[in-house]
Design a protein around this ligand. Structure first.
Ligand code: GLU
Length: 452
């Protein structure tokens, strides 16, 4: 830790404090390049940085690495903001844009040049590596030695192109230095860049930060996850009926798990338990089914108010302005994706609901079904307490009196009032629909299917 020796010398008592108290404040960053969309791998990198900062009382910085003018788009930058905000990963500092930091790069470039670390080669500027072994002491991957004495394997690197533009390695290191980043937490694909970065730090007269390279994300078949794979884009979760907390929980488990193997954990718990040292060394396997499972768990557990708020945009898009909590509650325990909700509840919002032909065939077209519906309606008409328990008791009494199974009434009633063969519990559905609508719907269905 830089500076700790001097502190120790001046305040010997500090030795009794835990190491955390002696270290400089934690500063981490998420440094995406705004090309294409925000990938789950990027979101996970952001999340691990954010968690580390929150766990250790540090600062989380957003830096947009937009030096590649040809490939950057404003939409991609917007997708980064949207994705981070949706996941609840607010940054404490930034966003900084590399495109606005030219003066800083020029100054550092001059520093390197004056110290004799650079040479010109066909208009480009190259950084001269020290021909020695460089050891990366990674918090996740451990110690790895790279032998820069082998110039054929590690040729000197270009840091500035002939047109004056900067190469990633240079601006990345200058920014981390300038922003006083203490821990670089990023994807394992950058591990092989790290000894080059360490060489740059040293040439700039600085101690490198700590590095933590997080494992790759593989598909379930072991291939590297690509942009085209299902579940790759964070935007797909935002529009696809996912709950941010569930996706955040899912992303956490891509390469990290607490010792007891817990899976569903709320943010407080994750923040408390998250630790870089516990990140797995081996690749993470992407399993969208687990995300779906977590999503359903979060939906089941969330309070009705939040459920209503999250389902509102989906319902509005389907032309349902406001759904009553009692309607939403009927299917809440069965929903995997919020996007299913409009279809599941649509028949509550129109008297012109569609009838599923297979369900009609199997129930309403059965001999005696329409007569039984008439009997049920007659019996329900005199029912005063219109609640699920009373509705159930009344239907069962009727079935017993008629000498048939309750199912002979239940199935036709369900199809008559909802048009479908499956749905919420019948009695709760009838309760929420209310007496008037139930009786009207039964009459409507009898009229519709009696003649034809
Ligand atoms: N812009 C680089 C990337 O998106 C940043 C790498 C890093 O975090 O150092 O891969």
């Amino acid at each position: 830790m830089p500076g700790s020796e001097t502190k120790l010398g001046i305040f010997p008592l500090i030795i009794t404090l835990p190491p955390l108290a002696m270290s400089s404040p934690i500063r981490v960053r998420f440094a995406p390049s705004p090309t294409g969309f925000l990938h789950v791998g990027g979101a996970r990198t952001a999340l691990f940085n954010w968690l580390f900062a929150r766990h250790r009382g540090g600062t989380f910085i957003l830096r947009i690495e937009d030096t590649d003018k040809a490939r950057n788009t404003p939409e991609a930058t917007q997708a980064i903001y949207d994705g981070l905000r949706w996941l609840g990963l607010e940054w404490d500092e930034g966003p900084y844009f590399q495109s606005e930091r030219e003066a800083i790069y020029v100054r550092r470039f001059e520093q390197l040049r004056a110290a004799g670390h650079l040479y010109e080669d066909a208009g480009a500027w190259r950084f001269r590596f020290r021909r020695e072994v460089v050891e990366v002491d990674d918090l996740i991957c451990g110690r790895i030695a790279f032998d820069f004495a082998q110039a054929d394997i590690h040729p000197d690197m270009t840091i500035r192109r002939p047109d004056g533009s900067w190469i990633f390695h240079f601006v990345n290191v200058v920014d981390d230095l300038d922003m006083r980043i203490t821990h670089v937490i990023r994807g394992e694909d950058h591990l092989s860049n790290t000894p080059k970065h360490i060489q740059l730090y040293r040439a700039l007269g600085a101690e490198p930060p700590r590095f933590a390279h997080i494992p790759l994300i593989l598909n379930s078949d072991g291939t590297k996850m690509s942009k085209r794979d299902q579940g790759a884009a964070v935007g797909g979760y935002i529009t696809g009926g996912y709950v941010p907390e569930a996706v955040r929980n899912f992303l956490c488990l891509l390469g990290w798990s607490p010792k007891d193997g817990s899976e569903k954990m709320d943010l407080e718990e994750i923040m408390r338990r998250f630790d870089l040292a516990a990140i797995h060394r081996k690749s993470a396997h992407f399993d969208l089914a687990k995300c779906d499972w977590l999503n359903a768990q979060y939906i089941q557990a969330m309070p009705m108010e939040r459920y209503r708020e999250l389902t509102r945009p989906y319902l509005e898009r389907a032309g349902i302005a406001d759904a009553d909590a009692s309607v939403l509650a009927l299917e809440k325990m069965k929903v995997t994706h919020l996007s299913e909700v409009p279809d599941r509840v649509s028949f509550f919002f129109t008297e012109d609901y569609a009838f599923d032909s297979i369900a009609v065939e199997k129930t309403l077209r059965k001999t005696g079904a329409l007569d039984r519906l008439a009997q049920l309606a007659e019996s329900y008409r005199t029912l005063d307490a219109w609640d699920a328990a009373a509705l159930e008791a009344r239907l069962k009494e009727l079935a017993a009196a008629q000498g048939c199974k309750p199912a002979e009434f239940i199935h036709p009633a369900r199809v008559a009032v909802s048009g479908r063969g499956v749905g919420p519990s019948l009695y709760h559905m009838l309760e929420v629909l209310g007496k008037e609508r139930v009786l009207a719907r039964i009459a409507q269905a009898r009229g519709r299917f009696s003649s034809s």
